[in-house]
Design a binder for this molecule. Structure first.
Ligand SMILES: CC(=O)N[C@H]1[C@@H](OP(=O)(O)OP(=O)(O)OC[C@H]2O[C@@H](n3ccc(=O)[nH]c3=O)[C@H](O)[C@@H]2O)O[C@H](CO)[C@@H](O)[C@@H]1O[C@H](C)C(=O)N[C@@H](C)C(=O)N[C@H](CCC(=O)O)C(=O)O
Ligand SMILES: Nc1ncnc2c1ncn2[C@@H]1O[C@H](COP(=O)(O)OP(=O)(O)OP(=O)(O)O)[C@@H](O)[C@H]1O
Length: 528
């Protein structure tokens, strides 16, 4: 992997004068401090003081916990040459330095995307950029779209939960949707490297916090809306409203919306941009521009085929390269998005059908082979996604379905028993364990999950509570026979586990592989 910092900024840094920035944003920004003649050259922009590089504009933002202005001294020591903040932030900066120019605006987060885009000379305008939002399926759909864009454009960019990728260089992603300065820096890097298309995931946090400001997507896609992140958005209405921000003319030229749930229907109705509606389930009765029919789930678990019928009766037979009906939905959405991004329908269908595996999304880590069960890693972490994930694995499981799962700490508590309930309904054997407990006591999270399990299985038959997580994965693999399937959900590709403020290196896939390797070594030694 390339050094993260190296990839997130263009190799040839911009060089723009502060006064030009003031002129470009004269209606929004005022210079309230600093030596009046100073007109420093800006060569970058950063949100966190730890990310500041010499020549940067430091965006000191009001946050949910603290104010970025409190870290201005670190930013200045790191080489920041100007500060963008609000009135409250300006007061703090004044107390630290009178030498640095301070630009003030009412809501700096709202302006930061446009400022970053300006600084890097609007690189996204030279790219085809697609964005996927929704509770579940963002990563999968974004990878499917990326496969299609790659077929048309060659080298591509990818910005999402799993990685930040520019061509064939990749770094671990700090979050689903990076802050605006990083985003536009990545676009600038892509443009400098001759890349012409980028696929992105857009989280609801990013929309609420204006992380995709200054960017107009060519095509955006909406998958679905299910209970999640209510700790941040308050209620489903707030969650919906934040998602809906993406389907406005300043953010997107057009959209493709799955109307399988009522939220999707409403999203399509209220969108302020041209919309293609898409119905992907046989149970969806809503009228739609595009419709999936005749879905056949591949019994080898590798993929499914389906017919996609579009405007004017155009019909194509398409393939999802990942198992389960949810991936029929994701593949259909990706095909229509890629088509609307300029590909012929045939090319979109063909390239999505050939998309490779995605880390931590129904990832087959160990194949069923007479000794070992099929071992899968999946990222399902909402009750609905867990139920669907278990449903999609059932047809490829001749024996028992074993699920290893838990729920996050410091996040939506209400979903814990619901996850327990979904697992108890969908799997035969349950191993309840820890996910990212964060600051919470892990056993109390497990207890809340088990409460939901108990509602369905009062006697807790075939239910085990095992921690830590690595032990739970080993335990499940050990109890499963070769006809069984073990699916571990909730963390997907994640390379760490957050416990009491510390990020420990941890990955479900690695534990599966180590378990199999250790058992093979032991049996080889016993044979000697
Ligand atoms: C809820 C949320 O998204 N919060 C983000 C937000 O934090 P905040 O506004 O509370 O910031 P704060 O901690 O009060 O700090 C205020 C300012 O001081 C700055 N600061 C702070 C400390 C310091 O030493 N130096 C410094 O400059 C911070 O960069 C920030 O600009 O701005 C921070 C700065 O960029 C982010 O780090 C932080 O993400 C936190 C860590 C986070 O966990 N976010 C998650 C929930 C998130 O965004 N998730 C979605 C995906 C969700 C999903 O679909 O699963 C994502 O897109 O990844
Ligand atoms: N269209 C879908 N509908 C419901 N569940 C889905 C769908 N697609 C995927 N899932 C389930 O949700 C899990 C997460 O999928 P994916 O990573 O693609 O979504 P995501 O939106 O990126 O999630 P996150 O925002 O948490 O990163 C998958 O592992 C799968 O179990």
């Amino acid at each position: 992997m390339t050094s993260p910092v190296g990839l997130m900024r263009p190799e040839h840094r911009p060089s723009r004068h502060l006064n030009d920035l003031l002129e470009a944003f004269s209606g929004d920004l005022v210079l309230i401090d600093g030596p009046s003649a100073a007109d420093p050259v800006l060569s970058g922009v950063a949100v966190g003081s730890a990310e500041v590089e010499p020549g940067d504009l430091f965006a000191a933002l009001p946050g949910l916990r603290t104010h970025g202005a409190r870290f201005v001294d670190q930013a200045l020591s790191a080489g920041a040459v100007a500060v963008l903040t609000d009135e409250a932030g300006a007061d703090v900066v004044r107390g630290v330095s009178t030498e640095v120019p301070v630009l003030v605006t009412r809501a700096p987060r709202e302006l930061l995307g446009a400022v970053s885009a300006w600084l890097y000379d609007h690189p996204a305008r030279r790219l085809v950029v697609t964005g996927v939002t929704g509770t579940n399926g963002k990563t999968t759909t974004a990878y499917f779209v990326e496969a299609a864009l790659a077929a048309e454009h060659g080298s591509t960019g990818m910005i999402g939960t799993v990685e930040l990728r520019v061509g064939d260089r990749t770094v671990e992603s700090p979050r689903t949707t990076v802050e605006a300065p990083v985003l536009h820096g990545l676009f600038a890097r892509m443009v400098q490297e001759g890349i012409t298309a980028c696929s992105m995931e857009v989280s609801s946090h990013a929309l609420a916090l204006h992380r995709v400001g200054g960017l107009q997507f060519d095509v955006v896609g909406f998958t679905n809306l299910q209970r999640d992140h209510l700790d941040f958005h308050g209620d489903m209405e707030g969650y919906f409203r934040d998602k809906a921000r993406l389907l406005a003319p300043d953010q997107a030229r057009r959209a493709v919306v799955c109307v399988d749930d009522p939220w999707g229907e409403r999203m399509a109705r209220e969108a302020q941009v041209p919309v293609d509606t898409l119905a992907t389930r046989s149970t969806t009765t809503t009228e739609a521009d595009w419709r999936v029919s005749g879905a056949e789930v591949g019994l080898d678990g590798v993929g499914s085929t389906f017919t996609l019928t579009g405007p004017g009766g155009v019909a194509v037979r398409a393939t999802s390269p990942l198992p389960g009906l949810v991936n029929v939905s994701n593949a259909a959405l990706a095909v229509v998005m890629a088509h609307r991004a300029g590909l012929t329908l045939e090319r979109a269908v063909e390239s999505v059908g050939r998309a490779g595996g995605i880390p931590g999304r129904m990832e087959r880590v160990v194949e069923r082979d007479g000794t070992w069960p099929l071992c899968l890693v999946d990222y399902a972490h909402t009750p609905e996604a867990l139920a669907l994930a278990l449903d999609s694995v059932r047809p490829i499981t001749p024996g028992r379905l074993v699920v290893v799962f838990g729920s996050d700490g410091d996040r939506d508590r209400g979903k814990r028993p619901l996850l327990g309930e979904a697992a108890a309904r969908g799997a035969d054997v349950l191993v309840v364990t820890d996910e990212n407990p964060r600051s919470e006591e892990p056993s109390s999270i497990r207890a809340a999950v088990l409460e939901g399990v108990r509602g369905v299985r009062p006697g807790l038959a075939d239910v085990h509570e095992v921690a830590p997580r690595a032990e739970a994965v080993r335990f499940a693999t050990g109890l499963a026979g070769s006809q069984d399937t073990v699916i571990v959900t909730g963390k997907g590709h994640e390379p760490t586990q957050e416990v009491a403020g510390v990020f420990h290196r941890y990955n479900d896939r690695d534990v599966f592989l180590e378990t199999v390797r250790a058992a093979s070594t032991t049996s080889a030694e016993n044979d000697e």
